[in-house]
Design a protein around this ligand. Structure first.
Ligand code: FES
Length: 102
């Protein structure tokens, strides 16, 4: 079980618990504003873009090459950006805080 916190563009903080699957699916299933997951998690839409809080980057690791390529198309991307369909829920993510990209 991992607790995952989202901060939406309205500055609403929502903490969800998940055991498996992607962080994008957890967010979409729970109606997190700003995470649409349009491509279904195949890393081709960037509608699941989040910024990992800098102090939590060790939990998520770095973006993959395909993810980085996708993020380069997004003006709002920075070095803390991830596509959360590429974040698999596990104990390693417990306590992570993700700011939903605009
Ligand atoms: S859901 Fe499309 S890139 Fe993540």
């Amino acid at each position: 079980m991992a607790k995952i916190t989202f901060i939406t563009s309205d500055n609403e903080t929502i903490t969800l618990e998940g055991t498996s699957g992607s962080v994008m699916a957890l967010a979409v299933d729970n109606g997190i504003k700003g995470i649409d997951g349009d491509c279904g998690g195949v890393c081709s839409c960037a509608t699941c873009h989040v910024h990992v809080l800098p102090e939590h980057v060790a939990k998520t690791g770095e973006a993959s090459e395909i993810e980085t390529d996708m993020l380069e198309l997004d003006d709002d991307a920075d070095k803390f950006s991830r596509l959360c369909c590429q974040l698999e829920i596990s104990e390693a993510l417990d306590g992570v805080v993700l700011r939903v990209a605009k």
